[in-house]
Design a protein around this ligand. Structure first.
Ligand code: 13P
Length: 288
């Protein structure tokens, strides 16, 4: 069932667990996320990169999501991941998605705040929630971002800007990075604890791929309530596709649907293991 992103993350915050936001890039991966959430009785956020939103179109993605969410009895929302593009953000809001991450991390503070406030003024009258990023999360995700930390602010300043712009979720820099880690990251769960003392805004952890179970647990007990996972979904899809194609070729089978079925199962299993890890399995139903 479709629920707002805000209610899903607030329930996670109240319940002391985190909800996974999984980047999908086609109908198969979208179905896999919805399937895993249903099987695990877990809320989940279906997340889409700006590149995928452009490639498939905001309306087409909204229709596919609506259809699958209507057939599911666990809370689901549709979220636009890192989008620095005002025009695309507007198109996604107009297409009726649940929420958007307006990525202003490449802008100087005054401009970042002004553009974020503008997005909030479009989103809220349409019932769309806004995640804010004014510090950049290191790493390039689907063509958006940078490998260097460009902007970082004091916690108090971050919270002040979030309050002034009226956003619903906050994505601070927490030492994680997008993609696979080349070196062990210096993680900042203590920053989450400090931010949670300053604000009730749900805190988002980016760069979920490659973190250890105990690292997730320390972020969740510090108060993170949404965790983004993209690279692990892509890898599960590609690995399963390679293996299924390989065995079909060896057996002389030339039917796409059984191969796609195997890939969907493998992606759903990967998503399900994150839902277990984040503590959201069995928690469907606590939303307000
Ligand atoms: P990973 O690709 O490291 O899982 O990060 C996902 C993410 O943070 C999307 O915003």
């Amino acid at each position: 069932m479709r629920t707002s992103t805000k209610s899903i993350v607030h329930a996670a915050q109240d319940g002391g667990y985190a909800v996974g936001a999984f980047n999908i890039f086609d109908g198969l991966t979208l179905r896999a996320v919805v399937r895993a959430a249903g099987e695990k009785r877990s809320p989940a956020i279906v997340q889409v990169s700006a590149r995928t939103a452009k490639a498939l179109g905001p309306r087409f993605l909204a229709r596919m999501f609506e259809e699958l969410a209507a057939g599911s009895d666990v809370p689901l929302s549709l979220h636009l991941d890192h989008c620095p593009d005002l025009e695309l953000t507007r198109a996604v809001i107009d297409a009726g998605w649940s929420s958007v991450l307006f990525d202003a991390s490449h802008l100087e503070l005054a401009e970042a705040a002004e553009q974020t406030a503008r997005v909030v003024s479009w989103a809220h009258p349409n019932g769309v929630d806004v995640e804010s990023e004014i510090e950049n999360i290191v790493g390039v995700e689907d063509g958006v971002g940078s490998d260097a930390l460009a902007h970082s602010y004091a916690d108090e300043e971050l919270v002040r800007v979030a309050r002034e712009t009226g956003v619903d979720l906050l994505a601070p820099h927490l030492g994680t990075a997008h993609g696979q880690y080349k070196l062990p990251p210096v993680l900042l769960p203590q920053r989450v604890s400090h931010l949670r003392r300053l604000t009730d805004l749900p805190i988002v952890l980016h760069g979920g791929t490659g973190l250890k179970p105990e690292e997730f647990r320390s972020f969740i007990s510090a108060g993170v309530s949404k965790i983004n996972v993209s690279t692990a979904v892509k890898h599960a899809y590609l690995d399963a596709m390679e293996e299924s194609l390989g065995s079909a070729r060896e057996a002389g089978r030339r039917e796409p649907l059984p191969i796609l079925g195997e890939v969907e199962r493998r992606v759903a299993d990967t998503v399900a293991s994150f839902l277990e890890l984040f503590g959201s399995a069995g928690r469907a139903g606590g939303e307000r």
